[in-house]
Write a protein of this length. Structure first.
Lengths: 214, 222
């Protein structure tokens, strides 16, 4: 057993990380002050880091540096519009916050219209349509047909404009089957991702901290 | 002025953003590039004010009213200020130190050290914790009560087993079957849902541009 030495510069941080890890895991027993401490510390440091990141990685290189060198002077009014976010906390002029939001929201909404139609409708339709080329490998061709049928059935499940009877009823039921398998796959994948994180934390505690494993 | 002008800005900027994707003219493209790389980036950076301001206000109010667990609010506030000061004055790149020294002897308290030794372990452990809660929630929610729930459970179980290296030795075809579930029925379901989501994004974006959806204006000033 080779426990990390808390008297070395690296060892202190290993101990800090280990204690915080244990504090979060203590929530498995019940909510307690150790967990609450870790939770509040996380929120504080995450926000402090975000401030640092936005300052050093965005505001300095994209605003202050070029403007101080006399370049991109059109950014000055943009920065003033951005600074209107501060008015959110001044009740009398809080409505001014709508201007920076309007620019960001307007661009986001406008840009998402053609992009979402292109990426999630046109390109996905192209990939779903079965052509002769899909059967270059017969097995891939069969899978392509199953995907096409699955997509049609899944869409039919979300067709609420008419009562689910006649042909629509069995087709939408097959859609439910596909949806359930899809959700199950997503769920299983998410759980495995979380478990791999858990294994990572155990490796840290048993390896880096306690030195029980390599 | 207070409502109509922001709505007009949304409409004009939105139409430009949509048109820029469809018009491959170099001038339109270069204006769009400036918009994305400079304007939006800077405005987005300032939007952090809203988040940080809201968190600080929430915790200050909690302390003032001595609400439940209020002493912990001090931890958030102190951690936020200390890490922000260290980051702003000490620099974000360990190789380019700022005006604040972030190393005493061999001991470093640089913002990246705080990130690696506090934020990363805390974030990873919080997400790891979710494995337990997801498992117990799934047991309660998806108990195999009918055929559909059984399908969901079976797909999840096969996916989980397929991701374990030992399964390839014990049940050799299972990992390939798990891959097939991901590549075929999962893709079909996700595509079908994706079409609906995309149409939803389209409709919501249009409602925002046309000023039908005005929730973002909030209260205050009409």
């Amino acid at each position: 057993m080779n426990i990390a030495n808390p008297l070395t510069p690296e060892g202190i941080w290993v101990w800090v990380a280990a204690i915080l890890t244990m504090a979060v895991f203590s929530f498995l027993y019940r909510e307690n002050p150790f967990y609450r401490f870790a939770e509040h510390l996380f929120v504080g440091i995450a926000n402090g880091y975000a401030i640092t990141f936005y300052w050093h990685r965005i505001l300095v290189p994209y605003l202050f540096s070029p403007v101080s060198q006399g370049q991109k002077l059109y950014l000055i009014p943009i920065a003033m519009i951005g600074a209107l976010y501060f008015t959110r906390f001044i009740p009398k002029v809080s409505w001014l916050v709508r201007f920076p939001i309007a620019i960001a929201l307007g661009y986001g909404a406008g840009a998402s219209i053609p992009r979402s139609v292109d990426a999630t409708i046109i390109q996905q339709l192209k990939a779903t349509i079965v052509t002769r080329a899909s059967f270059a490998d017969w097995q891939q061709g069969v899978w392509a047909v199953i995907i096409l049928l699955g997509v049609i059935c899944t869409i039919s499940y979300f067709f609420f404009s008419s009562e689910r009877k006649g042909l629509l009823k069995p087709i939408s039921y097959v859609g439910v089957v596909f949806i359930m398998v899809g959700f199950g796959a997503s769920f299983g994948y998410t759980v495995m991702a979380r478990i791999s994180l858990f294994i990572g934390r155990l490796q840290f505690l048993l390896g880096d901290w306690l030195g029980l494993i390599r | 002025m207070k409502r109509q002008l922001p709505l007009l800005i949304v409409l004009v900027v939105g139409i430009f953003a949509a048109a820029a994707f469809l018009i491959p003219h170099p001038i339109v493209r270069s204006v769009d590039e400036v918009f994305r790389n400079d304007v939006l980036r800077i405005i987005a950076a300032f939007s952090l004010v809203l988040g940080v301001g809201s968190i600080l206000r929430h915790h200050f109010i909690k302390i003032k009213r001595k609400a439940a667990h209020w002493p912990f609010s001090y931890i958030t506030i102190v951690a936020l200020f200390i890490s922000a000061i260290i980051g702003l004055l000490g620099g974000i790149d360990p190789n380019r130190p700022g005006i604040l020294p972030t190393q005493v002897g061999g001991f470093s308290f640089h913002i990246q050290t705080l990130f690696s030794n506090i934020m990363v372990p805390l974030a990873a452990t919080m997400f790891a914790l979710l494995a337990f809660f997801m498992a117990s929630a799934a047991y309660r929610a998806f108990r195999a009560r009918n055929f559909e729930a059984t399908l969901l459970l079976a797909a999840a179980f096969i996916l989980m087993l397929g991701a374990v290296p030992l399964t390839r030795i014990v049940i050799p075809p299972l990992p390939d079957f798990a891959e097939w579930i991901l590549a075929v029925p999962n893709t079909a379901a996700k595509r079908g849902i994706g079409f609906g989501v995309s149409l939803g994004i389209f409709a919501t974006s249009l409602k925002i541009l046309l000023g039908i959806e005005r929730g973002w204006l909030g209260g205050g000033g009409s």
